[in-house]
Ligand binder design. Structure first.
Ligand code: TEU
Length: 561
C-alpha cells in the first residue's frame, strides 16, 4: 500500500542524559540504553532517535558538539555505541542520530582555529563581523546587528583577540557555522557519510532551516519591552536553504536505502514544508513544525496564553490538508524542549492523568504522519514541581531568567510561573523506571532530580498492568502497523468549533475510522451521525454508550462504507 517505510513507522526519542545511568555517575549513558532496549522493543517502536551523544562541553546538554565523530566519555565509547546499534538492529529497530550542524561548540577544533587569527584557514567557517560602524568594539550596542540569541542576551560575542564578533543564535558556546563556505559543507557531508557507513539509519537535523542566512545580516524588528531585535527573517528558511538540503541529499543519502531524515524547523510554514518534503525534490523525508506547540504562547514566546482547542485543531487541520497530496508530516506532542504533554494538553491530576495521557496519545497517533514518542510519554510522565530557579539546570531557563529578572525588571515569581509551565527541564527529569531510589535511573546523585511522583508513575508498574499508559501506547503503535487507513487514509476534521471534542475521520477505500478525544472533564456527546453500527476499535475507558464520551475519554470506531 505504502511505498515509503517510515509512513507506517513510530519513532521513539531518547534523551541519553536522562534515560538510564548504568555506571552510577548521575548521568544516563549508552550502557543504560542497552539495558532497556526491551522496554522499547516491547512498545513496538520502529526507530530510535538519540539526542546528541558526541563529545561536548554540555553547555546545552550536548547540542554543543566539540567532535562530530566520537562519543562523549560520559555516555561511553564508539565500541559501546556499536554494541548498542547491533542491539537495536537485532530487535528489528533502526537508529537515527541527532545532527547539530547549524553550530558547533566553541571548543570544537574548527572554532579554536577560526578564532586564532584573522588569517586562519578556518576564519570563514564561522560568522565573524567587525563592530557596528562608528562604534568602539566591545562596547554596549556595538554588536554587528541587534539580534537576540535564543537563550537570552545578544547573538554576537566579542572576541578580543581579533577585535571582531562571532554569531551565535543559541549560546555563546554554540558559534554558528558558515554554510556559505564550501569546505564547511563538505566536512559536514563527510561526517554524515562516516556515521551512515558505520550503520546508523538516518538523522534528526537540529534547526536545519537556519543554516542559510541572508549574508547582509540586517537588523531585526524590535518589539515593545524586549531588548533585542528579531533576526529570524534573515535566517529562517534563508535564501539557499533548499539548495543546501538538495546538495546534502545528493552527497549523503542518494543511493542509500531505508534511511530516515527529519528536519527540525522552527517557524516553517506549510508551503515551505511541502517543498522540503516533496520526495521528488530530494531534501528531507519530513519536518518538525512548531505551530501547535506555539498555540499557547503570545507574540512574546515567554508569554503564556490559555490553550484553545479550536485553535489547536485549526493548526493541525491546516497541516493535514496542506501535506495531503505532496509531502509528509511528523507528529509530536513532546520532545526534550517541550513541557510534558499530559500536563499541558491533558489533566495530570490523579483522577484523570491516565485517561488523559491515553486520550492525547490517541488523537496524535491517529493523524496522518509519523508519530514521535518522547521518553516517559509512554508512561504519562508529568511536569516537575519546580520551586525556585535553583531547581532548573537548562541554559534556556537560566538565560531567560537572567534577562527577564535582572535586565527587564520582571518579578521572579512571574518568570517562574512561565518556566514551570514551559521550561525544558520538565522533559529532562530522569526516566522513571521503578519505585526504587531516584526512580531507578541512577544509583548515584542524578544531575536533575527525579519527579517525586515516581513511586506511582514508573515503567515497572506499567509493564505488569495491561491497563497502563504503556500498554495503551503499544496498542496505538500496533494499530498503525496493522490498519492501512491509519497510515494512508484521507483526513477530515469534524466539529471544528467544539471547544471540548477533537473529532476526525480517516478514510482509505471502503474503510473509515472515526476518532474522538474529549479534551475536558465533562461528559460530552458528539453530534455525529452514521456510526451506531460501527465497530469499537480502541477506547481508553469502559466502552461508551453511543457517542457520549466520559471525561477525557477517547474512542476509535471503524466502519465499512
Ligand atoms: O531547538 C531549536 C529551538 O528552536 C529551541 O530553541 C526551541 O524553540 C526552544 O528550546 C523551545 O523552548 C534545538 C534543540 O532541540 C534544542 O534542544 C537546542 O537547544 C537548540 O536547537 C540549539 O541546538
Amino acid at each position: 500500500m505504502t511505498d515509503l517505510w517510515w509512513k507506517s513507522a513510530v519513532v521513539y526519542q531518547i534523551y541519553p542524559r536522562s534515560f538510564a545511568d548504568a555506571d552510577g555517575d548521575g548521568m544516563g549513558d549508552l550502557r543504560g540504553i542497552i539495558e532497556h532496549l526491551d522496554h522499547l522493543a516491547g512498545l513496538g517502536v520502529d526507530v530510535l532517535w538519540l539526542s546528541p551523544i558526541y563529545p561536548s562541553p554540555q553547555d546545552d546538554n550536548g547540542y554543543d558538539i566539540s567532535d562530530y565523530q566520537n562519543i562523549e566519555p560520559i555516555f561511553g565509547t564508539l565500541e559501546i555505541f556499536d554494541e548498542l546499534l547491533a542491539g537495536v538492529h537485532a530487535r528489528g529497530m533502526k537508529l537515527i542520530m541527532d545532527l547539530v550542524v547549524n553550530h558547533s561548540s566553541d571548543e570544537h577544533p574548527w572554532f579554536a582555529d577560526s578564532r586564532s587569527s584573522l588569517s586562519s584557514d578556518k576564519r570563514d567557517w564561522y560568522w565573524w563581523r567587525p563592530a557596528r560602524e562608528g562604534m568602539e568594539p566591545g562596547t554596549p550596542g556595538a554588536e554587528p546587528t541587534n539580534w537576540g540569541s535564543a537563550f537570552g542576551g545578544s547573538a554576537w560575542e566579542y572576541d578580543e583577540k581579533t577585535g571582531e564578533y562571532y554569531l551565535h543564535l543559541f549560546s555563546k558556546k554554540q558559534p554558528d557555522l558558515n554554510w556559505e563556505n564550501d569546505e564547511v559543507r563538505s566536512a559536514v557531508y563527510d561526517m554524515m557519510n562516516w556515521w551512515l557507513d558505520r550503520g546508523v539509519d538516518g538523522f534528526r537535523m537540529d534547526v536545519i532551516n537556519m543554516i542559510s542566512k541572508d549574508v547582509s545580516l540586517p537588523d531585526g524588528r524590535l518589539t515593545a519591552g524586549s531588548s533585542y531585535g528579531d533576526g529570524s527573517p534573515a535566517y529562517i528558511n534563508g535564501p539557499r536553504i533548499h539548495e543546501f538540503l538538495q546538495e546534502m541529499h545528493a552527497k549523503v543519502f542518494a543511493g542509500r536505502d531505508a534511511m530516515l531524515t527529519v528536519g527540525e524547523m522552527p517557524g516553517v510554514t506549510v508551503d515551505e514544508a511541502k517543498l522540503f518534503t516533496d520526495p521528488a525534490r530530494g531534501e528531507v523525508d519530513m519536518v518538525f513544525q512548531f505551530d501547535h506547540v506555539w498555540a499557547d504562547r503570545g507574540d512574546d514566546p515567554w508569554q503564556l496564553v490559555p490553550l484553545q482547542l479550536t485553535k489547536l485543531k485549526a493548526i493541525f487541520n491546516r497541516w493535514q490538508a496542506g501535506l495531503a497530496e505532496v509531502g509528509w508530516n511528523s507528529l509530536y506532542w513532546n520532545n526534550h524542549d517541550q513541557p510534558r504533554a499530559v500536563s499541558r494538553y491533558g489533566d495530570d491530576s490523579p483522577q484523570f492523568r491516565v485517561a488523559s495521557a491515553k486520550m492525547i496519545g490517541t488523537v496524535l497517533h491517529l493523524h496522518r504522519g509519523t508519530p514521535y514518542v518522547y521518553q516517559g510519554e509512554e508512561l504519562g510522565m508529568t511536569n516537575y514541581p519546580f520551586r525556585t530557579i535553583a531547581d532548573f539546570r537548562d541554559i534556556e531557563a537560566l538565560g531567560h531568567y537572567a534577562q527577564a529578572v535582572d535586565r527587564e525588571g520582571r518579578t521572579p515569581e512571574e518568570v517562574l510561573t512561565v518556566l514551570r509551565a514551559r521550561g525544558r527541564d520538565n522533559a529532562r527529569t530522569p526516566m522513571q523506571w521503578n519505585s526504587s531510589a531516584n526512580a531507578g535511573f541512577t544509583t548515584g546523585t542524578p544531575w536533575l532530580a527525579a519527579n517525586p511522583n515516581y513511586p506511582e508513575i514508573n515503567a515497572a508498574a506499567q509493564h505488569d498492568d495491561p491497563d497502563s499508559v504503556y500498554h495503551y501506547y503499544r496498542r496505538l503503535i500496533e494499530l498503525r502497523h496493522n490498519e492501512p487507513a491509519v497510515v494512508d487514509g484521507d483526513f477530515t476534521m469534524l466539529l471544528p468549533n467544539d471547544e471540548r471534542l477533537y473529532a476526525f475521520t480517516r478514510r482509505l477505500g471502503s474503510t473509515e475510522l472515526l476518532v474522538i478525544g474529549n479534551f475536558s472533564g465533562d461528559s460530552v456527546t458528539a453530534d455525529i451521525d452514521g456510526w451506531s453500527d460501527a465497530e469499537l476499535v480502541l477506547t481508553n475507558l469502559p466502552a461508551p454508550s453511543g457517542l457520549t464520551l466520559a471525561p477525557w475519554q477517547s474512542v476509535i470506531y471503524r466502519r465499512t462504507v
